[in-house]
Design a protein around this ligand. Structure first.
Ligand SMILES: [Zn+2]
Ligand SMILES: [Zn+2]
Length: 335
């Protein structure tokens, strides 16, 4: 018999299809393997050294000398900061001007680099730049939500090969974010506790879905994971906003993100994946009921009509088995 599982924090349901269950080992060769035929430098790539367009640059680290990471404005942005924020609601025509920020973080000088193979310190630089830029953008009072995400590989939506992460800052709180926040607030009202702190407490007590731990973070496969190897990387300290991260936590975060990506790279042979930093809306950075985390989603299954019609995913792997597979995948932490 299959099993329906509900995520305590988001209240989303998933079907764990144990009857058509696939063992984690079935996914070993799901990825594309190392990028052998990609050069270190591509003369036509806008993100490669030598092709920098300084007028698009928003931030670089370090500030002097050769850059390690850069944030640049997207040439074809979904939203842009110039202009007035105008709302116009008339019947079905509910409109706002496309005010916001759409920027690209270039993760490395090397065209063929990938986060999974970078050093923990280099991955920390990526997150440091995201935090610094996010704090700057949040000063713009028009901005309500900052979405940080990465598309790695074609089936994760990446169109450019050079390793990069994206920032989209919006003048609204997206409905999906609002629904999750409402659920978390409801739980807080009933239990007097942050639901994410409670999830973390339960998972640490059971240990069955924990993949790895550091001083400040825990990586786990959620009880109601929507798909194979979906992972949450959660800070132990209750913080609603990613932009409230401390320096010690930042240094630790680079290590655990790199470890998790390396486990996927080695265990599943460099699969396509997305990650998203789930953080509080900019005006809710200090609330007790939200808790930021990173969700990591390897693109191993295709959503289809059922998911579209129900919002429910069918996961063909057991979260506990995925966690065990990732725990055993040979990565020396902090390498
Ligand atoms: Zn490049
Ligand atoms: Zn919490």
């Amino acid at each position: 018999m299959t099993q329906l599982r509900q995520n305590l924090a988001t209240k989303e349901w998933v079907i764990i299809a144990t009857e058509r269950a696939r063992r984690p080992d079935d996914f070993i060769h799901s990825g594309h393997g190392p990028a052998h035929d990609v050069p270190e430098l591509d003369a036509h790539c806008p993100f490669c050294p030598g092709n920098e367009e300084d007028e698009l640059e928003a931030l670089r680290l370090p500030e002097t000398g050769p850059w390690e990471v850069r944030i640049v404005r997207n040439l074809y942005p979904a939203v842009a900061p110039e202009g007035m924020l105008v709302r116009d609601f008339a019947g079905v025509a509910r409109e706002m001007s496309g005010i916001g920020y759409h920027e690209i973080l270039v993760e490395s000088r090397l065209h063929n680099e990938t986060l999974a193979l970078m050093t923990p310190a280099a991955v920390t630089s990526v997150f440091r730049a995201l935090v610094e830029r996010g704090r700057e953008i949040a000063q713009d009072r028009r901005i309500e939500m900052i979405v940080i995400f990465k598309n790695h590989g074609h089936s994760a939506g990446a169109s450019l090969l050079h390793p990069h992460t994206q920032i989209v800052a919006l003048p609204i709180v997206p409905n999906d974010v609002r629904v999750r926040a409402d659920e978390a607030r409801r739980y807080y009202d009933q239990q007097g506790q942050c639901v994410f702190c409670d999830v973390l407490g339960h998972e640490l007590a059971s240990q069955t879905r924990i993949v790895c731990e550091t001083d400040h973070f825990v990586a786990l496969v959620p009880y109601a994971a929507a798909g194979p190897f979906n992972t949450w990387i959660m800070p132990r300290r209750h913080t609603a906003s990613f932009f409230g991260i401390t320096e010690v936590e930042l240094e630790d975060l680079g290590g655990i993100v790199q470890t998790m990506l390396r486990k996927l790279y080695e265990g599943l042979y460099n699969p396509d994946y997305n990650f998203v930093v789930r953080t509080a809306p900019t005006r809710d950075g200090g609330v007790d009921y939200l808790h930021w985390y990173i969700t990591l989603v390897p693109r191993l299954a295709q959503a289809a009509g059922f998911e579209l019609g129900s919002g429910i995913f069918i996961n063909v792997t057991l979260p506990e088995a995925c966690a065990e597979f990732l725990r055993k995948t040979g990565v020396v932490d902090g390498l």
